[in-house]
Design a protein around this ligand. Structure first.
Ligand SMILES: [Zn+2]
Length: 247
């Protein structure tokens, strides 16, 4: 019987850590990331380290978005979270933060939500054996020790920083307590595989049936003519299909 893994992604951390990927690839302007591939790629590495089959049963993503204001279109961030859920199979947990809220409060919320979720799932019978944490904050230390006390194995996924520091892995507490069971992984070590290279393909418009060359890889495609017609209209389906994920 294979081990079950659950991925827990700190969205604020992942957003910042894209820089490590871009640096590794030598890209100043950045690139798109294959979010659908990222958790399964890491899961394959866990299987190698464990010497057993590991099945990824769920990917939880935690993020925050400014509270919607009446009369304003959903933010680009909101479209990105829709994309993660609809196209990448993530379970998203997105907090609506008060307008004007600082990034520190957002990060704290995300960490607490992630930690609560990891421990909640840890006490559910047979929910997972291995927790894969995409995040690097010393705040996660107490949560990881408790998950380990419940018999869960921990894989930490971090990123190499330009100054070589790691808040969690570099913490003096690491020498006193065990936070993880597998050697930490770093997303920038997999930069080539995580980079999304979009191919130009012919897609059929869901509304009018005409064909058009596009790099859009989402489930539904609407041609430029139909998108133009509906631009500004309150058409949820078309809005989602044309949204540009935050990268
Ligand atoms: Zn069309």
């Amino acid at each position: 019987m294979s081990l079950k893994a659950m991925a827990f992604i700190d969205g604020a951390w992942l957003y910042k850590s894209r820089n490590a990927l871009f640096e590794k690839l030598g890209l100043e302007s950045g690139c798109e990331i294959d979010y659908a591939k990222l958790p399964s790629l890491i899961c394959e590495q866990v299987a190698k380290a464990a010497g057993e089959d590991v099945g990824l049963v769920r990917t939880h993503y935690f993020g925050a978005v400014p509270a919607a204001r009446p009369g304003h279109a959903p933010s680009k961030q909101g479209s990105f979270y829709d994309f993660l859920e609809r196209s990448c199979g993530y379970e998203t947990d997105i907090a609506e933060m008060p307008v004007g809220c600082d990034s520190h409060a957002e990060e704290s919320w995300i960490r607490m939500a992630l930690g609560a979720s990891m421990l909640f799932s840890a006490v559910l019978p047979a929910a997972y054996d291995v927790a894969i944490l995409f995040g690097d904050s010393i705040c996660y230390g107490p949560m990881l020790t408790k998950a380990r006390m419940l018999g869960k194995r921990i894989q930490i996924v971090s990123a190499h920083t330009s100054d070589g520091t790691s808040p969690l892995l570099g913490s003096p507490q690491v020498g006193k307590q065990r936070f993880f069971d597998f050697q930490p992984l770093f997303i920038d070590d997999y930069a080539d595989q995580i980079r999304l290279v979009r191919e130009l393909v012919m897609r059929i418009c869901k509304k009018c049936g005409s064909g058009e060359q596009t790099t859009w890889a989402g489930p539904d495609f609407f041609c430029s003519k139909c998108r133009g017609k509906h631009r500004g209209a309150d058409d949820t389906v078309i809005r989602i299909s044309t949204a540009t994920p935050r990268q």
